[in-house]
Write a protein that binds this ligand. Structure first.
Ligand code: NAD
Length: 472
């Protein structure tokens, strides 16, 4: 049982003014594993004041200094790889391979940021003027529970690259991961105030960051509903926002695809991160003429996706993060059944023998029509909806028939044709015959999947503001 009773302000671990305790639960067992003391508005205000003070000098720092700080953070976190991976398994329920990949991504963020920063032009010319790309100021960073450490590291690395200081409000459900990251950061020995961390609830600490006039920008990853609340709140002080929100990503399997590769890949895309991934490929669009073949391969691939103890190396799908999330996924499975979809694999309830944790049966629905809830809404669990199409044009129209636009997938043997299809999909990232991430390329959503982009040069541009200096 761990107790986290400190937050981090102005280079020191301090006791928060807020007194509320929040339970940390292992989602594989539903046992209490710790408690975190939550900060409140007063704590957020102190953290903002610290970041504001630090901005005065840090905003003037050289590229070399920032690169050095990024390396120091990397080196310090590197020593805690195993601890962070273990916490991600225990607190979030990520299977071992996923937890390791997630830790690696968190670390790599500091290396990629250095690469981007080295080539970034802070001084430019336009017309006959000088344009200085100036750091925005204090950034409020708000993260979700499904990859908390990753988002803390990615967003902070970009803020530091730009010369911004930060107040981080991590997911309140991820305090063990936050604590390890924070201990490592402290060890790195950066000047006080560059980053501050306040554990707390979204509608308390997150809301204070959103409303406070000394915060210049909010960088948020989370649900579309909360993203809209933040965008509405931020406009009062004209904060810049980067919002990475939800998705209902389509996966088009073209009729010339090699189904023996494309279908297992589609199942991996749908079930990634226990199905709790914003980019999960949850709408599988299959040519009508090859549906039977797809169904047989889907059943086989789902049978191979072992559900169970996330600490077991052979596990592919761990538990949902909370009882609430378990129930949410169950309600979608129920709605699929009620609306007449065919349960091809999985279904309601816990898998046998896994009743104690928040485990769900990885589920695939066939005979899904575009009007069904399971075809339209983000479920955030291992549930794939299979829809059929007759022509390529229809497949593209179905893929784009969504309020979201975060990611999409296309599989096909003819690369040129698959690429042309990819170009017609309205989404921020389309993966062709691949599930690979590209950390140097922009990431973010069209439509209600968000505003702005992260990663690479595009990500860094969002933390600076151009200032034109015209000479007479
Ligand atoms: P969430 O929106 O409930 O919470 C995210 C964060 O926002 C948490 O830290 C929470 O405390 C905070 N928050 C809640 N209310 C707030 C408010 N009123 N003001 C300010 N902050 C507030 O999301 P979640 O349940 O933690 O994560 C799941 C969601 O995140 C899914 O919808 C998923 O698609 C999305 N997500 C998106 C991406 C992406 O990159 N696009 C990545 C991961 C997750």
């Amino acid at each position: 049982m761990k107790t986290i009773d400190k937050i981090y302000i102005n280079g020191a671990f301090v006791t928060p003014h807020g007194q509320e305790m929040f339970d940390l639960i292992n989602p594989a067992t539903n046992q209490l594993i710790g408690q975190v003391r939550l900060g409140d508005e007063t704590d957020a205000q102190l953290a903002i004041a610290s970041a504001k003070e630090a901005f005065k000098t840090f905003s003037l720092s050289s590229k070399e200094t920032r690169i050095q700080y990024l390396q120091q953070l990397y080196d310090a976190l590197y020593k805690r790889i195993d601890d962070l991976t273990a916490a991600t398994i225990e607190e979030y329920g990520a299977p071992v391979s996923r937890a390791k990949a997630s830790t690696e991504m968190a670390l790599d963020a500091f290396l990629h940021a250095q690469e981007v920063l080295a080539d970034f032009e802070f001084e430019r010319t336009a017309g006959r003027s000088r344009v200085r790309m100036e750091p925005l100021g204090v950034v409020g960073i708000i993260t979700p529970w499904n990859a908390n450490a990753n988002f803390i590291c990615g967003k902070l690395a970009t803020a530091i690259s730009a010369g911004c200081t930060a107040v981080i409000k991590p997911s309140e459900m991820s305090a063990l991961q936050t604590q390890i990251v924070l201990e490592a950061f402290h060890e790195a020995g950066l000047p006080a105030g560059i980053y501050n961390v306040v554990n707390g609830l979204g509608n308390v600490v997150g809301a204070e960051l959103t409303r406070h006039p000394d915060v210049a920008k909010i960088s948020f990853t989370g649900s579309t509903a909360v993203g809209k609340t933040i965008a509405r709140g931020a406009v009062d002080t004209m904060k810049r926002v980067t919002l990475e929100l939800g998705g209902k990503s389509p996966n088009i399997i073209l009729d010339d695809a090699d189904f023996t590769k494309a279908i297992p890949m589609a199942v991996a895309a749908g079930f990634m991160n226990n199905g709790q991934a914003c980019i999960a490929g949850t709408r599988l669009l299959v040519p009508e003429t090859r549906l039977d073949e797809a169904k047989a391969l889907l059943k086989e691939a789902v049978a191979n996706a072992k559900v169970g103890d996330p600490a077991d190396d052979s596990t592919v799908i761990g538990p949902m993060v909370s009882v609430k999330q378990y129930e949410r996924v169950q309600s979608y499975i129920q709605s699929g059944i009620e609306q007449g979809a065919e349960v091809l694999a999985g279904g309601p309830g816990h898998p046998e023998g896994l009743e104690a944790g928040n485990f769900v049966k990885p589920t695939v629905f066939a005979n899904v029509t575009p009007d069904m809830k399971i075809a339209r809404e983000e479920i955030f669990g291992p549930v794939i909806s299979v829809l059929t199409y007759k022509t390529e044009e229809e497949a593209i129209a179905m893929a784009n028939d969504t309020t979201y636009g975060l990611a999409a997938y296309v599989s096909g043997t003819n690369e040129e044709r698959a690429r042309k299809v990819a170009e017609q999909i309205v989404a921020g990232r389309v993966m062709v015959n691949s599930l690979q991430h590209d950390p140097m390329a922009p990431f973010g959503g069209f439509k209600q999947s968000g505003i702005g982009r992260e990663y690479g040069t595009f990500g860094l541009e969002e933390y600076v503001e151009p200032k034109t200096i015209i000479r007479g």
